[in-house]
Ligand binder design. Structure first.
Ligand code: CP3
Length: 336
């Protein structure tokens, strides 16, 4: 399997390809299935429909990997924190005040439909398509839990200085439950897992070490002990100069690279042989045309000779024309 070979450090050419948020609103068939489900959360918790939307971009574009359709905020919801997705506004939760409301013992029962989606996908995916399980990184999930919404996370940033013990307790609960959650996904058939630490980059170095690297390290260590040979992709978005330390210490096998980091600088900062995934600016997929074509050619030239998984530096936006995705696939399949 090309995707797993690249993840295992083999130089595969052309590089395997998938896109973050490849199942989503830019696809008319996704919008139809979401309408059938009623809303986004009901879709995440309906195994038959979540299976179908996971497969939609595979059927249409033949990507090398499918990512489980769910959301990183299903875990805090399963822990007992209220969650709703306000149309056009993104996620909303009541900002977490204490640990008392969190019920880790109940979580597996509540996220069970997501695990069932993984099992179904194991049976329905083409044999040469890898299945990626995922969870949010503890810090990114804690940001949403403590602030109750996206947008700079001012309360989390303050609490990290004023009540670091509280933040650490939240991170501990998330670290432990994330290990169980990802382990259940692997047992159900995920070929590898990805940790979305999308807001890693908002913390200064000391907090980055304590809140991002350390919990990620504990998760990777525990998962690898339980599941021999399991590969883990970390996505410490906007980590900047902390990327090298993350790559060295967090225990991940591959780094999801945002699009503001120069891939040559990233390679120089990380241990030799580090596998990278991503790096293409998502805006290019919206623009298409010459801008996209040139950037794709340039990235292909940059990664030639290295193990690389072709992807964006962040998720596809809903305004991307499908024809641009088709063209991107064609360009990558040609290998530049
Ligand atoms: O990549 C995939 O296709 C897998 C499924 C997936 C979703 N979200 C589906 C989704 C994954 C891996 C995520 C991760 C996620 N969710 C992250 C980390 C990655 C990132 O984008 O930084 C974060 C921060 C979230 C939380 C979240 N979920 C936000 C902030 C939003 C609203 C933003 C938006 O795009 O509207 C969501 C909603 C969401 N998650 C959608 C999808 C397809 C859109 C829901 C819809 O309206 O249909």
């Amino acid at each position: 399997m090309n995707f797993l070979n690249a993840l295992n450090g083999k130089d595969v050419w052309p590089p395997p390809l998938w896109l973050m948020r490849q199942a989503g609103r830019y696809l008319p068939e996704y919008r139809a299935t979401r309408a059938k489900a009623g809303d986004f959360l009901s879709l995440c918790l309906n195994p038959a429909l979540a299976e179908d939307v996971t497969l939609q971009p595979i059927r249409k574009f033949g990507f090398d990997a499918a990512i489980l359709f769910s959301d990183i905020l299903i875990l805090p919801m399963a822990l007992g924190q209220g969650l709703r997705f306000a149309e056009g506004e993104g996620p909303r939760m009541p900002p977490l005040e204490s640990l008392a409301g969190l019920k880790p013992d109940n979580a597996p029962g509540i996220y069970a439909p997501v695990i069932e989606t993984v099992s179904r996908l194991r049976g329905s995916l083409p044999k040469d398509t890898a299945l990626i399980g995922f969870a949010g990184g503890p810090t990114t999930v804690a940001c949403y839990m403590l602030d109750g919404q996206g947008g700079g996370f001012p309360r989390t940033r303050r609490l990290a200085y004023e009540r670091p013990e509280f933040v650490k307790q939240v991170l501990n609960i998330l670290t432990e439950t994330t290990i169980e959650y990802l382990s259940a996904q692997v047992k159900a058939g995920a070929d590898c897992v990805m940790l979305f630490e999308s807001w890693a980059g908002i913390f200064p170095p000391g907090q980055f070490r304590a809140f991002v690297i350390e919990p990620n390290r504990r998760i990777c260590k525990a998962l690898k002990k339980r599941h021999e040979g399991l590969k883990i992709i970390g996505f410490p978005r906007l980590a900047g100069l902390m990327l090298g330390e993350y790559a060295r210490d967090a225990g991940v096998d591959a780094i999801g690279l945002d699009s503001v980091t120069d891939i040559k600088a990233a390679r120089a900062a990380c241990p030799a042989g580090t596998v990278f995934q991503g790096n293409l600016d998502p805006l290019l997929l919206k623009l298409g045309g010459k801008a996209m074509e040139e950037a794709v050619e340039a990235l292909l030239a940059d990664v030639r000779g290295y193990p690389h998984i072709f992807n964006l530096g962040h998720g596809i936006t809903p305004d991307v024309p499908e024809a641009h995705v088709a063209r991107l696939v064609e360009l990558v399949r040609q290998g530049g």
